[in-house]
Design a protein around this ligand. Sequence first.
Ligand SMILES: Nc1ncnc2c1ncn2[C@@H]1O[C@H](COP(=O)(O)OP(=O)(O)OP(=O)(O)O)[C@@H](O)[C@H]1O
Length: 891
Amino acid sequence: MTTQSEAYATKNGEPGSNFSDAFQSKHEFHGDFPASKISELMKLESLESATSQSLFSTVNRILEERIEKKDGSIPQRVASVVKLVVQEIEQRVSKQAENMRKQRNLYKSREDRYQLKIRAIETLATGTIEENEIVMKQLQQIKIEKALIEKKMKLEENDLDRLRKEKDHYESQISSLKQELELAKTTYEENQLQLETHAKETKIQLEKRITELECFLADSRNKVKELEDFSESKFLRWKRKEHRYVHFINSQFGSLQELRLASESLKEEVLKTKEIYVDEVHHFGLNLKELVDAAQNYHTVLEENRKLYNEVQDLKGNIRVYCRIRPFLPGQSEKHTTIQYIGDNGELVVINPSKQGKDSHRLFKFNKVFGPAATQEEVFRDTQPLIRSVLDGYNVCIFAYGQTGSGKTYTMTGPSVTSVEDWGVNYRALNDLFNISQSRKSSIAYEIGVQMVEIYNEQVRDLLSNDSSQKRLGIWNTSQPNGIAVPDAIMHPVKTTTDVLDLMSIGLMNRAVGATALNERSSRSHSVLTVHVRGMDLETNAVLRGCLHLVDLAGSERVERSESTGDRLREAQHINKSLSALGDVISALAQKSSHVPYRNSKLTQVLQGSLGSQAKALMFIQLNPDVESFSETISTLKFAERASGVELGAARSNKEGRGVRELMEQMAFLKDVVMKKDEEIGRLRSFKTNGNAERRDTNFSSYRSASPRMHSIEAPHPSRTDLDNSSEYSDKHCEAGSQQSIDSLRHHEEFFQQPRLEIVGSSKSFTEDVRSGPSLTNGGKTCNLDVGLLNFGDTDSEERLSDMSDGIFTTGTETDSSISNRVEHTLFPETAKQASEIVEKRNVPVKLPRPYQIVQVRPRIALSMGERSSKVSSSKRATFGSSSAVKLPKQ
Ligand SMILES: Nc1ncnc2c1ncn2[C@@H]1O[C@H](COP(=O)(O)OP(=O)(O)OP(=O)(O)O)[C@@H](O)[C@H]1O
């Protein structure tokens, strides 16, 4: 049993010490408490171990002692009260202890029960943990599900939002639809009202119509009745008719039988007639065949006639005239044409659209007319024989005449070089010459050279020279008796068509072109392509030379039509001037006039050899079919008509056999001798005249008057007043001319590869050459003095030119050969070499035949032919030399 102090001590955690402290402080408070009692009390090992009873008994004994002793420290009563209290407390404590014991037991039982419960709970708890885990898992799952549900809820919320919005939208739509519905409803009601009214109206109308129809039906019924009556009567009539027809057919059948019999007899007759007819047709066929043959013969005869006509013209030396009509260009197809008829026989009818009746038509006749559809090949086919004759030693000139844009360049050159089909006469001609020369190479060795110049504003320019100083050539050297070669222009040997194509494209690029109102790219100059051919017969050594001029003239239109101004106007004026000079020459030739004004333009000077000598000439007349060009067309055709009447004299081939060549070599030698003599005479004369000026003048003038023929190679031609007024002209110009001549010669000598002979003049010119007096020597080079000109003061220059022209005109083959010699020397140096060798070998003059020529021995400087010369065969290259190469312009 625990006491109150124990409980107290247990309650405070330090029962022993606290109780002792309390007891001690109490004792101290009661200082009179005997120490023995305390020690007695203190005998108790500890308060903790002391029972509450012992403690109370201790207190009771103390109190009893106090009471017994009657100690005054504690009043008796107090002690008895305390004792009572202590006893009361003791009782209470014991009760309490009892209670506590009971409680303790109760607690114990409770504890047991709790223990059992705990154990049960523990077992439950273990079960619960597992359950918990499951629950946790379920919780987790529930959480996940919750999250999902939340998500779903969110989504649903979103959906809800969306639905709400949609709902709003639909609501607004519904409201608008409601409005529309309202509107529709009102309209419907209105319409309904209208329809109702309309229906009412229609009903009324229909009712009216029904009544009308009923009336009509009644009428119709009446009519049907009438018709039925009518058809019945008609049926009866038809019935009657049928009877009649049957009767008629029967009668017809009878007659048919009769006819059949008759036809059979007729058939027999027809068969008989047919036989007769077949016989007759056969007979007729035979007759027809004869007629067809005759007609064919007629065409052949016609063709032959044409050929014969051409041959006769060739024999007469007529200028052949081919007319070519340009097609309308793209974009011009709507235009009216002036060409009404193109005949096979070279007939051409042009029509003037502004005139009516007979005057509106004009007939022209030429050697050939090519229509707009004619191809380049067809045109060339008719030109080919003429071109081929160049290889047989003839001189041929082909030129194209016509207004700007009429197709001259198209015919002569072609629209493009790249396509062979487009090639014009120029390329085809050279190609043909190469082909034929190849096919003849076993018997004749041909060499071909080309020059190309243009006449622009009355100046001659070398189109194949890249040297600008040489491009513009000096005055056209008409002292060349036949004027065929272009002495100042560089001669380019050509071996293949490619060479020609290269050269010509360079030439075409250098050509002066410009735009006029009539042609976008108009040729503002006359271009002359000269082809020199020299062939040597490998058996007989006979040499033939041919020369072909291919001339693309500038446009012939009137100045005002080309709407030119400034430079273009000047060009047009020059072109017109030269073309009218050509017209004058042609007129003079056509009229067989004694004076032919070749010198009036550079163009006529260039063509002099081909128009004046016995060369073959062909003129292409180009026409623009456009109505606007009618007047130009007529003037072109008139020009062509005049040209076709020109007789140049029968063409002759420039062939020379060995004999002729030897004679020429002899002539060359003799010319040399004569020249030396002339030089001596000249020296003597100058020696004489040194002391006597007057005599000198007289002597010189005798020379001047002697020759209208010879000109300085390069000296500018003096004006007539110059000639009249300046007595010193001869000297000055002789010097100036000789200097120029020397310069020109230097250039000219490019054609010559070594010192050799040059043969100038012709049979007729010889006499004039002799009259012309001596050639001047200058620095070892020779030039012919223009002495002829010096004495022209009183003579009509035209006449002089005419004389000269005539001289050239009639010289014929020899005239041509002289220039050909010049060309030959240029192109074919070995001939010259042979000649010079012969001259060196022979020193005995040989008696000359009648047509002899002056020979000048000229030390020629060998000049390179430039890049072109590299294409010449090695055997010839050696003789060409290599100094001061003249380069060709690069394309
Ligand atoms: N026969 C033709 N077939 C097709 N086109 C042609 C024919 N003739 C000429 N042409 C075309 O007509 C135009 C003018 O031709 P081209 O330049 O040859 O005339 P042109 O007489 O030489 O003119 P210009 O005197 O101004 O030099 C060119 O476009 C040319 O292609």
